[in-house]
Design a protein around this ligand. Structure first.
Ligand code: SF4
Length: 296
């Protein structure tokens, strides 16, 4: 099977979609709620700052998140939404100095996170040569979404994200089909499937449709997932040790962070191997939000 490479242009498009915690007002540590669980040591309501968030918007336990019971914080990825809201939408006014903006800022962050996720996917689809027949429509979608992210705070908060997602999803599905057509058949269709705890060790899942599949705690060790579509797949606690995910499409860093893996796991080039894989510590399932990729 020919290896499906994401071309270099995707990297430029996704540069602004990488979290820059230093430019953010700790929005994920304030705006989002979390429930006491294996991922979070305490309950926290939406809009209330985490007790570990310092005055300078840095995390006071960043180096010890997992040992202190905040593994969930190492999983979440805002995809650059935090710094966009902090520095662009609110032009550097933070919720501590301007508490009257807090509620709106947190609402905007929730919308912006979703818009940035769509931007991530569209950029990826634009990087895939086999998806060229839909690149024109994808570029239009990209421009439209970027324009939405640059609106006023009030305008962003009112964006109908579900409608945007619906339109973009059509394009992403067409892109996925074009890309996966190159994989040897028969290509398995597990879209939305309940594969929780499934034994898929060593499975040939090349070109499979795993969109939205529930793969929580699935054994995917050694599986061949090249050119598989993993958009929205729930990989929490899935074992990806030795699995080959090169060329898989629509896989995000947050999904990877939530899974288990090892030094033999092969990832798409734009994703990084989570530090906790090297440490051998597996993320555990639990309630509340999913955590964050890069701590502050
Ligand atoms: S990274 Fe987690 S523990 Fe640290 S301040 Fe943010 S929410 Fe709290």
């Amino acid at each position: 099977m020919s290896q499906m490479n994401h071309d270099a242009s995707s990297e430029a498009g996704r540069l602004g979609l990488r979290a820059d915690c230093a430019a953010c007002f700790g929005l994920c540590c304030v705006a989002l709620p979390f429930a006491k669980s294996a991922d979070f040591a305490v309950d926290k309501d939406a809009g209330r700052p985490c007790a570990n968030l310092r005055e300078d918007f840095r995390c006071g336990i960043h180096a010890h998140l997992r040992e202190r019971g905040f593994a969930g914080c190492t999983v979440f990825d805002c995809l650059g939404a935090g710094q966009k809201v902090s520095q662009v939408t609110f032009e550097g006014r933070d919720w501590r100095r301007a508490p009257g903006t807090a509620r709106l800022m947190f609402d905007v962050f929730a919308v912006m996170r979703q818009l940035h996720e769509l931007l991530w996917y569209v950029n990826e689809a634009l990087s895939l040569p086999p998806a060229r027949p839909v690149h024109g429509d994808l570029r239009t979608a990209l421009d439209d979404i970027e324009r939405l992210t640059l609106g006023s705070a009030e305008a962003v908060a009112e964006v109908d994200v579900a409608a945007v997602r619906r339109d973009v999803n059509e394009l992403l599905m067409r892109a996925s089909e074009l890309v996966r057509a190159a994989a040897p058949g028969p290509r398995k269709n597990h879209r939305g499937a309940d594969l929780i705890g499934a034994r898929l060790r060593g499975a040939d899942l090349r070109g499979a449709n795993l969109r939205g599949a529930y793969l929580i705690a699935a054994d995917l060790a050694g599986a061949d997932l090249r050119v598989a579509d993993l958009i929205g797949a729930d990989l929490r606690d899935a074992d990806l040790s030795g699995a080959d995910l090169t060329g898989s499409v629509f896989l995000t860093q947050a999904q990877v962070n939530a899974a288990r893996g090892d030094g033999a796991t092969r990832l798409p080039g734009e994703l990084t191997r989570p530090a906790h894989w090297r440490e051998g510590a597996a993320p555990r399932r639990g309630g509340g939000r999913r955590g964050r990729v890069s701590g502050r």
